[in-house]
Design a binder for this molecule. Structure first.
Ligand code: T4K
Length: 375
């Protein structure tokens, strides 16, 4: 990698939240200030929940303080126990949610085409203790939802999708959030759609929505009735107000991310040793991250060399997801974590680096990053 471009003046981070004009948010702030209603299913919470459900094309959605608590509650809501099959190639929160519920994670390998849980490896990992599957639509690329559904139906397993990267993604026109028993979303600052921190659970019937709403509010089902050992995982009015405002701009924001992704593909197409995922047929993507793989043999440098060299140029790519969750101390003692068991995941975690992709990223910056990578 020659020093052919000048170091960026300001750090170029892997992502940067898109925020609407401050003046517009100030109007909401003033209203919240004046009303003194800050949380607990306030007016903006109700408005945002409705508007978000309509935007996403889902029937029932429950807002959360963040995606991790939403994952923990999703497992509680379905009363999942014992063993759950999941992917090691995700953010740690996916597996931590199992741990917080006293559930044993069983890691299953991913497929090279999508980096998602490989449905062909699932059946071999099912035991009499298996109660559910927790796949992740990594980088917003849909899992093999139909195959996973068939397996779950055959074995009587629940499916909870971690859809934290998959805002607004559709498959053949169907919202990806409508697959599985529940889907969990994140609206963290680093996500395509942000409410500062935030999250949601999508479910398919009113009774489940009620149960989830109770669980995120200490288990309250009325002023004096607690029906379950719930927790406090509520979204507040400030988050909800930002969410409402973000809905106005989200299509534009995703469109810009798409342009960035296409520009990277153009710029990196003929570089030996660098590969990336293309858009999937029938899928409307949200371009959460732009991951590339560095094949050391062909590229002549390791992924970590690339990571360091980009850093020297003030470009901060991130090794999402390295190490594998199964390699962290809490989980590496599990039988399913043993090295050699997940060949694809073990390779991808060594080769992957996510390049900067966010709404305000200039296409000239993308070109410069591509030039750097072209050496
Ligand atoms: N499931 C999956 C598959 C997930 O990816 C996540 C979260 C979850 C579940 C859990 O959802 P939440 O409970 O978070 O709602 C970040 C995020 O904290 C995390 O939300 C995200 N996944 C994960 C993939 O990435 P870090 O430790 O890498 O973030 P950090 O602080 O290093 O930020 C990355 C870059 O983003 C910074 O270099 C600059 C930029 N940034 C960050 C923040 C916080 C900003 O420009 N502004 C900001 O406010 O974990």
């Amino acid at each position: 990698m020659k020093n052919i471009i000048e170091k960026a003046e300001k750090p170029v981070w892997v992502t940067k939240p898109y925020l609407p004009p401050l003046e517009e948010f100030q109007e909401y702030l003033r209203d919240i200030w004046d009303s003194r209603w800050l949380t607990n299913n306030g007016k903006y919470h109700q408005e945002f929940e409705k508007a978000l459900g309509e935007y996403l094309g889902v029937k029932h959605i429950s807002l959360f303080a963040n995606g991790t608590l939403a994952l923990v509650i999703a497992l509680q809501a379905l009363q999942i126990t014992a063993e759950v099959l999941t992917t090691p190639f995700s953010f740690v929160a996916t597996t931590h949610a199992l741990w917080w519920n006293g559930i044993k994670p069983v890691f299953v390998d991913i497929e090279a085409e999508t980096f998602n849980l490989d449905p062909n490896m699932i059946e071999a990992a099912i035991t009499p203790q298996t109660t559910a599957i927790l796949p992740v639509h990594v980088y917003g690329n849909p899992c093999r939802v139909e195959q996973i559904k068939d397996i779950a139906d055959t074995y009587g397993l629940k499916v909870i999708y971690d859809a934290c990267h998959a805002f607004g993604v559709t498959l053949n026109g169907i919202p990806i959030l409508n697959y599985g028993d529940l889907s969990v979303m994140s609206f963290h600052a680093t996500k395509v759609f942000t409410t500062f921190e935030g999250g949601a659970i999508v479910c398919h019937d009113e009774a489940m929505k009620r149960r989830i709403d109770n669980l995120k509010n200490f288990g309250f089902a009325g002023e004096t009735m607690v029906v379950a050992p719930g927790i406090n995982a509520k979204m507040n009015e400030f988050q909800a107000a930002l969410g409402l405002l973000q809905l106005k701009y989200i299509d534009q924001a995703i469109e810009k991310r798409k342009q960035v992704a296409y520009r990277y593909r153009e710029g990196l197409r003929n570089i030996a040793g660098i590969s990336y995922l293309e858009d999937m047929p029938g899928v409307k993507h949200c371009y959460t991250y732009f991951p590339i793989l560095i094949d050391e043999g062909k590229y002549g440098k390791t992924r970590d060399d690339v990571y360091e060299e980009l850093k020297r140029h003030n470009v901060f790519g991130r090794r999402y997801f390295y190490p594998l969750i199964s390699q962290f101390p809490t989980y590496r003692g599990l039988e399913s974590s043993h090295p050699g068991k997940m060949r694809v995941a073990e390779r991808v975690t060594q080769e992957v680096i996510c390049l900067p992709n966010y709404t305000e990223l200039r296409l000239e910056s993308v070109d410069k990053i591509c030039q750097l990578l072209a050496r």
